[in-house]
Design a protein around this ligand. Sequence first.
Ligand SMILES: [Zn+2]
Length: 453
Amino acid sequence: MKKIEKRAIMCLMLAGVLVIGLGVFAFRYIKDGSSWATYTANKQIYTDKGKLKKGSLYDRDGTLLMSNNSGKMTFSDDYNIRTATVHLTGDRSGNIATGANQVFANKMVGYNPITGTYSLTGKGRNVNLSIDADICVTANKALAGRRGTVGVYNYKTGEIICLVSSPNYDPTDPPSSVDSESGIYMNRFFSSSFSPGSIFKLVTAAASIENKSDYASWEYTCTGSQSYGGSDKVTCQEAHGTVNLEKALAVSCNCYFGKLAEALGPDIMKEYVEKTGLTISRDVNGISTKAGSFEFPESGINLAWAGIGQYKDLVNPCTMLTYMGAIANGGRAVQPKLLHNVEFSTGIPASLPWKSWTKRMIEEDTAEILKNMMRNNVEDNYGTENFPGLAICAKSGTAEVQKTDRPNAWFAGFLNDEEHPYAFIVLVEKGGYGSQVAGSVANTVLQEIVDKY
Ligand SMILES: [Zn+2]
C-alpha cells in the first residue's frame, strides 16, 4: 500500500511540474513569441519564397520611408528623406540597431500569437511612425553635416515628430568604409549619452526649488572664478556679480551652481537625477534608450562640477527631452513614442494607436517656476528676436568634452503654446556656443513645425 501511495505522490509531482512548465511556456509564448518568430535567423519569413512578407514604413502624413514589397528593402525616391530617416528605416545590411526592419520586424510581418506569422493576404503589415519626414529633412539640413541630434516631441501626446541623428548616409548607397570614430550607424538620440553641460543646471535648480526654503533669495557673488584650494577652481566666462537662482540660470553662472550643488549635497543631487529618470534606460516602442550616469562625490570641486553638468555627468538626449516635456506639462512627463499605428495591407487598422504612460517628475509649482525662468533665459540672454513669434522657453548648454576640442552645443526646452505643445532638444557636437549654434537649429525646425501644424 505504502508503495502505491509513494508512486501516486510521485505522479502528482510530475504532473505538477508539467503544468508549471506549460504555464511558463504559455507566458513566454505570449510575451516573446513575436521575437522568436521574427528572429533574424528565420530566413524563410523574410525571403521572396516564404509565405510572408514584411510591409512598408510610412511617416505621419503617409509619406513612404521604406518598403519590403519587392522582396528587398527599398527606400523613398527622395535623397533628402532617405538620409534624414536612415536611423529609423535602417539599411539592407542591418547596420543600424534602431532600424525598423529590426525593431518593428514583428509588427511588419504581422505576427500574432493565434495565427503566428501566417497572413491571409500573404502580405505584411504597414507601420506608421509619428515622425514628419519633411521636418526631419529640415532638421538634417540645419545640422549641415555636423555630428549631433535633433529631437522634437508633443509633450501632451508623446508623439515624436522629428528625430534626426548625424552623421547619416543614403541607405541606397551606403559607405564602403566606415571611420569607427564617426558612429555613423549609431542613433545618437536613443543609443548614446553625452556630457550635458549647462542644460543640467535645470535639474540642480529643481532640486533647489524643492529643498531650499530660501531658494529664491539664496545669492552668491561671482567674481569669474571660485577656488577649491590649490589650482582647483570653477570658472565662468566673466564675473557675473551677485546673482540669485533666476539670474544665475539666465547667465549660466558656473560658480553659483557649483556652490548650490555643495549646499544641496550629494544625496539630494542623486535623488533628483533618479527622480527625473536620467539614470535609467527607458523603452520607446521596443527601442531601449541609453541610461545616463552620474557620480556625486561627498564635497569639493568634483561635486561642484557635477552640479554644473560636467565631471562624469552623462545624459541621453531622448531622456533629457522627456524631462523638458515634464517641465512644460506641469511636472508630469509623457513618455515619447515613435509608433503611431499598424495597418493591414488593405489600410484597415491592425492596432490601436499606441498610448504613452505619464509620470510625475517634479511638483507642479516647481515646473511653473522653472518654466518662467526658462522664458526669462530667452528674454534676458538668448534674445527673443532669434526666435520670432515663438513662445519659447529654453536652456542652452556648452559642454566641454576635451580641453583641445570645441565644446558640444546644446539647446533644450519647449514652446509654452497650447496649440503647439512641442518640447525639443538639439545637440551639435563640437559646435561651439549652445544658444547661438544649437539655438539656431532649434529655431529653424520649430518655425517649420508651427507653420505646418
Ligand atoms: Zn559666474
